[in-house]
Design a protein around this ligand. Structure first.
Ligand code: SF4
Length: 200
């Protein structure tokens, strides 16, 4: 539950603000209390997260639906549910897209899925592992190339995230120090002048 709600709060929000919003939300009480709180109070509690007015009703509706599910607030059933069904169950919740669902399933239940965030998407597009496509389609395309090995997928996701934050940044990637340089399509074309992501 923590991971799921935190991930909704993390959308277009820094890690520090996401955490602050989560703990402020939990000050409203248990999950039942958050469902029953006025939506404005929930939006106020999560104001450190971006778009609190749209996230607040989604979080409340998500909690309502989870409460009504067979396990209540215990999501343990996702560990055994067939992977396609688990993804569908999660992405049917308001505010939960395929990235959030994949993060929850890989990080919490060690399921063989691969979350594609902005860093994973950008690096793989530049390197040429996948052609230009949206993040949603990239989930399917990358997963088809990777072994169904949750510890490997977890490490790869973490390392790509770090690489995207520190080296292959959105603008002015540091190709001169990049270990992927010799395998990178963008570097082969542009050398040290790889354009900002999305410009070409
Ligand atoms: Fe990114 Fe440059 Fe490395 Fe390619 S060589 S992955 S564009 S930092």
């Amino acid at each position: 539950m923590h991971e799921l709600i935190s991930t909704i709060l993390s959308q277009r929000t820094t890690h520090n603000d996401e955490e602050a919003a989560y703990y402020s939300l939990r000050e409203l009480g248990d999950w039942d209390a958050i469902i029953e709180a006025p939506t404005e109070a929930v939006a106020h509690a999560i104001r450190r997260s971006n778009y609190p007015e749209s996230k607040a009703p989604r979080i409340q509706e998500t909690l309502r639906r989870i409460k009504a599910a067979p396990g209540g607030y215990d999501l343990e059933f996702l560990r055994e549910m067939p992977i396609k069904e688990a993804l569908k169950w999660l992405t049917d919740l308001p505010g939960v897209g395929v990235k959030t669902a994949s993060l929850v399933l890989l990080f919490n239940f060690a399921r063989p899925v691969f979350p594609v965030d902005t860093h994973v998407h950008r690096i793989n597009t530049r390197v040429g592992t996948i052609p230009k496509m949206g993040e949603q389609a990239a989930h399917r395309a990358l997963l088809a190339l990777l072994p169904p090995d949750p510890p490997f997928l977890f490490e790869l996701h973490k390392n790509l995230l770090k690489h995207g934050q520190q080296v292959c940044q959105w603008t002015r990637p540091k190709c001169g120090v990049c270990v992927l340089r010799e395998r990178c399509d963008a570097y082969a074309i542009y050398g040290d002048r790889v354009p900002s992501f999305g410009e070409k």
